[in-house]
Design a protein around this ligand. Structure first.
Ligand SMILES: *[C@@H]1O[C@H](CO)[C@@H](O)[C@H](O)[C@H]1NC(C)=O
Ligand SMILES: *[C@@H]1O[C@H](CO)[C@@H](O)[C@H](O)[C@H]1NC(C)=O
Ligand SMILES: *[C@@H]1O[C@H](CO)[C@@H](O)[C@H](O)[C@H]1NC(C)=O
Length: 181
């Protein structure tokens, strides 16, 4: 029974976590013609440290000279209008409990006082999943199916109303492609 279970390798990716309040994700509406040069991505991890949330951003193009560039987030914050992200090498981040998690924020790349490019993002729609653990696959002979169970830290968190997991599987031996459920 378990031998059959082990014959299958399973991969999960969480596509996105959607909060009940905010409706659909509003992904990066580019607002600047120069955006190509400074295109960037951001993701959040909520409640990483008590009530503190983490926002991480970086440029797509790792060759960009980031020396004088800053990231700033404005709007949908609790007590302040804007926050400037910290920088560690080419990664920008901020850990804070100021995110309102309702509505969307403007995240801008700044050169001095000038906004080079901005994206409008809702922090609660760009949540990056934490890796699942305790993955078990059991073949159920009677039903001729596989029962997949796993644990994921984000499942316990109160901000999550709806999580979608993608599951892909393939036989461990052979050349077959992944099948996505
Ligand atoms: C930047 O990278 C993100 C994440 O890898 C990707 O989703 C996005 O499409 C990229 N944007 C551009 C303009 O290449
Ligand atoms: C840059 O963008 C932020 C956030 O949208 C805005 O509050 C600020 O006024 C902009 N600054 C300039 C110089 O346009
Ligand atoms: C796997 O996918 C590739 C590309 O879609 C296809 O060329 C190949 O025939 C597939 N292999 C099998 C065993 O289905």
């Amino acid at each position: 029974m378990m031998a059959l279970g082990r014959a299958f390798a399973i991969v999960f990716c969480l596509i996105q976590a959607v909060s009940g309040e905010s409706g659909n994700a509003q992904d990066g509406d580019l607002e600047d013609a120069d955006a190509d040069d400074h295109s960037f991505w951001c993701h959040s991890q909520l409640e990483v440290d008590g009530s503190q949330h983490l926002l991480t951003c970086a440029f797509n193009d790792s060759d960009i000279n980031t020396a004088n560039l800053e990231f700033q987030i404005c709007g949908a914050l609790l007590r302040v209008k804007c926050l400037t992200l910290n920088k560690l090498q080419d990664i920008y981040f901020i850990k804070t409990s100021e995110f309102l998690l309702i509505g969307s924020s403007n995240i801008c790349v700044k050169l001095g006082q000038k906004n080079l490019t901005c994206k409008n993002m809702a922090i609660n729609t760009i949540v990056k999943a934490e890796a699942p653990s305790d993955l078990k696959v059991v073949y159920r002979k009677e039903a001729n199916d596989f029962l997949v169970t796993f644990n994921a830290p984000h499942l316990k968190k109160k901000y999550l109303k709806k999580v979608k997991h993608d599951v892909a599987y393939r036989p461990a031996r052979g050349e077959s492609n992944w099948t996505v459920m």
